[in-house]
Design a protein around this ligand. Structure first.
Ligand code: SF4
Length: 223
């Protein structure tokens, strides 16, 4: 593919997102939550596991610990028992309690509607903060780059080889997508990664953006 101008890349990105919107409708968070506090917990639990598995454990977690104050004073073994079906549950239980303690000591028990302050909480990085800003506060400040988003935007060459971390990748793609699409872009790409552009077996022949993808038709064995 010849070197692409930023203007052309933006056009391609917008067309990709337009088709995603046509295909999937408005992007939806697949984690169940009723408050910013519950969403922070759910996103922390979702690392290295499926949202469906998280949704199985969170009703009991939120029933036992309905507020940050309840979770902050929880015993780690009790939290572990509730979330033990998830990978890394020892670390996740510890992070949940530390996050709740951070909410109490730093922010009076309220989840801040501020992407920088969110990242002051133990265990909360840029990806989690982006999810909370977009889905709990409807105030998207960026595009959460998880494993699906990272893989797909690199295959699509919307991010270049120098963007070798999620943060660098996010910086590059934020220039391409209009701000009012950021939340949808994240949800659409995650769903698209599950449905079409998986890591091991992308369905390029069925893909509705294959004409916009430089990766199409390459032999996956050579990747
Ligand atoms: S053509 Fe293949 S690699 Fe490109 S976006 Fe579609 S599924 Fe992914």
């Amino acid at each position: 593919m010849p070197r692409e101008t930023i203007a052309h890349k933006k056009e391609r990105a917008c067309e990709i997102e337009r088709r995603m919107g046509e295909h999937y409708g408005t992007g939806q968070c697949s984690l169940d939550f009723r408050s910013p506090y519950e969403l922070v917990c759910a996103v922390l639990l979702s690392a290295q596991t499926t949202d469906a598995s998280v949704n199985i454990v969170t009703p009991e977690l939120f029933r036992r610990y309905p507020t940050p104050a309840d979770l902050a004073s929880a015993h780690v073994e009790d939290v572990e028992k509730i979330i033990h079906r998830l990978g890394f549950y020892h670390a996740k239980a510890k992070h949940l309690i530390e996050m709740a303690q951070g909410l109490l000591t730093k922010f009076g028990g309220e989840v801040p509607n501020d992407i920088d302050k969110l990242q002051e909480l133990p265990g909360v990085g840029r990806k989690t903060a982006n999810c909370v800003m977009a889905d709990a506060f409807h105030n998207a400040q960026g595009i959460a780059v998880d494993t699906h988003v990272f893989r797909i935007v690199h295959r699509l060459r919307l991010a270049g080889p120098s963007a070798n971390t999620p943060d660098k990748t996010e910086k590059q793609i934020l220039r391409l997508f209009p701000e009012d699409t950021w939340n949808d872009v994240n949800h659409h790409l995650v769903q698209f990664g599950r449905d079409y552009c998986s890591a091991r077996a992308p369905k390029c022949s069925e893909c509705f953006i294959s004409d916009l993808c430089p990766w199409t038709g390459r032999d996956i064995a050579k990747k």
